[in-house]
Design a protein around this ligand. Sequence first.
Ligand code: TYD
Ligand code: MG
Length: 458
Amino acid sequence: MKQKTTFLCSECGYESSKWYGKCPSCGAWNTMDEFKEAKVTAAPRGTLPKTDRRTRNKPLEIAKIQTQEELRFHTGISELDRVLGGGAVRGSFVLVGGEPGIGKSTLLLQMCQEMCRQAKVLYVSGEESLRQIRLRADRLHISSPELFVLAETDLEEIIEETELLRPDVLIVDSIQTIYKSDLSSAPGNTTQIKECAMTLMQYAKRHTVTIFIVGHVNKEGTLAGPKILEHMVDCVLYFEGEKQVSFRCLRAAKNRFGSTNEIGVFEMSDCGLIEVPNPSAAMLSGHPMDASGNCIACTMEGSRPILAEIQALVTKTAYGTPRRMSAGVDYNRMVLLLAILEKRVGLYLSSSDTYINVIGGMRLDEPAIDLPIALAVTSSYRDQALPEGVMAFGEVGLTGELRAVTAAGQRIHEAIRLGFTTCIMPKQDIGRMDIPDGFRIIQTDNIAQAIGAAFGRQ
Ligand code: TYD
Ligand code: MG
């Protein structure tokens, strides 16, 4: 039987029978890798052994399917449990992606501490020696005698050891370092990654083992990895953050057992990752009171309101074309808001360089941050600080109108809790809520009015 050869984009997983220099789907250059499908030795029709016939899956009416409470392991890290949808489901296949050095191994090793009490855990590392893992575990104060560790990169060996040990939870760190010896390509290659992940997934489902795999991602996309695995796993978690900033955000990009909107916030310290149960307070620490160019936004991350500081710097352009730069917010959204400010409010921004940054390395991608971005830009442009205790949220439309956002009540509640005194927001129903004396809610129709209310008219 001839082996079928296909080409796979390591960026987006696009599959084709031809090689392209530029991926037709995502436009990335030089990302098409050759992928040889493993030979399948299927039994000819009608020759299924009798036992298989008996255990073969049959269609069943949905109402007759027996359901039991999903069995979940608690990870002992409540931020991680939340992102997983209440713990790791038994027999699920979870991918933890992120840039090298962001803290994936640390997070998973810390998770072992509590999981060991409920289940047998095997941590397989293809990147570190047993000694290195032990040293890291000591630093993280992990001292469970029930935690098994294996330093191995050959997948067949890993599976063999796993079959002998029969753990309930298997961690493979990382998918880019393990390989199947019957494939000719090098570890980290698209073919290896896909085949190894497929073998592990089949193992997870057959033996009801919860498997966590680590996948490195890099910004340039030169590493094949998590993207091509997303469709095959039950749950994809991305660990993000700026390496220079200690905050880390864990996000679910896909979750078959829970919501994908939840995030977990951590801080990297000397002795591992520390949960941040009150991210708003952490994000706002060090917030300058009297400086121009910043505004506090309230964004919803899943069911959780988080206050974050958005900073803007508007300076005169030294070159012909103005520079725009954004960190933590979408670049195109920022450019759009600058155009709206120019047209609807009359700020002359086309001869100014504009930089936007979200403090703490957070990434905000919700329309409700439009208004605080606009207020931060205006504040820097006028070199006038917003009054103390002001926060804002609201989507800005192309005509400059302010549009309603979801969960306004929760956002206001969070602002009250953290001691803010004024909330500038769109005209919308906020439901029934107790507003304390001294807390002002200013609802406006459009961005010009909101700016007027925030700074006082000029
Ligand atoms: P690591 O978990 O090895 O990253 P990944 O597995 O995603 O590649 O994290 C490595 C970084 O974390 C490294 O730069 C050092 C830092 N770190 C700490 O600051 N404190 C700690 O206790 C540990 C274990 C790591
Ligand atoms: Mg690692």
